[in-house]
Design a protein around this ligand. Structure first.
Ligand SMILES: C[S@@+](CC[C@H](N)C(=O)[O-])C[C@H]1O[C@@H](n2cnc3c(N)ncnc32)[C@H](O)[C@@H]1O
Length: 220
């Protein structure tokens, strides 16, 4: 099975001793790849919608992995079992990801690793997940047609500055070319929004201009 560069970025961060739940599995490509390339204790692929689950089941059957990957209909973590230690959530908005985690916060007790690729809202996502008692272990920007962000959280507590939550503590230190490309594009996007945003939204204007200043300061 050929996996996208985006999902492939997760693979080195999953170890054989892990037992995973993939929330919003959709096609289950990631789970199939993991089943074929790792020797995980358990793989549960969940989705809230029946349609994606049917496709996931079909793909799993085609790859003869019905005894390896368990497919469950679940809203977020509501079907999470105690033997799972890793949560993977990719391809959803940052707010949806944090809502899924916060809604079932009490079930996170045995979860020592959270792997996410949020579509947006990176600042809020880092802020909310670190508030749940996780620290950022690894971050990577992935160039896969769009630029995606992979974040690995591990159980633990660490305080982060506003800039670390905004840009990512590791990405901020490195400031590689992809980082610069991503944030230059962000500035262009914000400027475009500003030209269309009516002047009466004063607070929004101020916040967005502040965001541009913060980004420009970091890119200097
Ligand atoms: C865009 S797909 C992402 C698929 C895959 N994870 C990826 O990154 O390629 C998002 C999937 O998440 C599912 N989803 C959305 N909210 C969910 C929730 N609360 N619980 C479980 N699945 C959810 C959707 O039904 C959809 O199949």
């Amino acid at each position: 099975m050929k996996l996208s560069k985006r999902l492939l970025s997760i693979i080195p961060h999953i170890q054989d001793e892990d037992s995973i739940i993939d929330v919003g599995c959709d096609h289950a490509y990631l789970d199939i790849y993991l089943a074929q390339h790792k020797n995980l204790k358990k793989i549960i692929a969940v989705d809230i919608m029946e349609g994606p689950l049917l496709i996931a089941k079909k793909n799993i059957k085609t790859n003869d992995l019905e005894n390896v990957i368990k497919v469950v209909r679940s809203d977020g973590l509501e079907k999470l079992t105690k033997d799972i230690n890793t949560v993977i959530i990719t391809g959803l908005g940052g707010k949806t990801i944090t809502n899924i985690l916060k809604k079932d916060e009490s079930r996170l007790i045995n979860i020592n690793k959270i792997v996410i690729i949020p579509n947006n809202n990176f600042y809020e996502t880092r802020k909310e997940i670190t508030k749940l008692g996780y620290k950022i272990e690894y971050e990577e920007l992935i160039d896969d047609k769009n630029i995606y962000l992979l974040i690995i959280f591990k159980k633990g507590n660490k305080r982060y500055s506003y800039k670390e939550l905004f840009f990512g503590p590791f990405l901020l230190k490195e400031k590689n070319n992809l980082f610069k490309k991503y944030y230059l594009a962000e500035v262009t996007k914000i400027k475009e929004i500003l030209t269309k945003l009516p002047k009466r939204y004063i607070i929004k204007h101020i916040r967005m201009r502040q965001k541009i200043r913060t980004i420009k300061q970091i890119l200097k």
